[in-house]
Design a protein around this ligand. Sequence first.
Ligand SMILES: Cc1cc2nc3c(=O)[nH]c(=O)nc-3n(C[C@H](O)[C@H](O)[C@H](O)COP(=O)(O)O)c2cc1C
Length: 171
Amino acid sequence: MSAAADNTAILDAFRAAMRHVAATVYAVTTGHVGERHGILATAVSSLSFEPPSLLVCINRAASLHEPLACADTFCVNVLGLGNREIAEVFEKARGEDRFGIGDWREEHGVPVLASAQSYFICRTAHRHEFGTHTIFIGELIDARHRENAAPLTYYDRHYIDISAAPERAPR
Ligand SMILES: Cc1cc2nc3c(=O)[nH]c(=O)nc-3n(C[C@H](O)[C@H](O)[C@H](O)COP(=O)(O)O)c2cc1C
């Protein structure tokens, strides 16, 4: 098999495997020169408790990338089941129109979704480029959490409700 065919096979296997990795859906947002920017993302992870920090992986071709690279702060909005429409608007709309529905407000200069399951406002501490993406590491400067929220989850190219899963099995 040629190296190119080999790479295609690896990419296909990667895509197929990742389809079945259930992921929480986030709206990553920032504000830059008076404009709001945001994309849907699943490549988000908590990083450390000391300092409280998390990371987001953003494609350099995404509209959010440049404003995020220029801005000091960003917000990771954890979407709940009640925010499904927000996810759909983020997929269909572009630019400012992504903020056309939902209870968005501004905190620390970034758009936060008041009805999100939780949100984390971060100051960018570090960036690392890899392949097509930049990993933005943010230190937490503010956070909110709503009790009784259930996460919006992306699985097999669909949004699903994992709160309907059976109770945890005893250890
Ligand atoms: C469920 C879902 C998860 C996504 N996760 C990411 C992600 O983690 N990082 C990323 O850069 N783009 C991600 N995307 C793609 C972006 O949301 C966006 O569609 C793409 O960057 C193009 O946005 P633009 O039109 O603003 O340039 C995801 C899209 C969907 C539907």
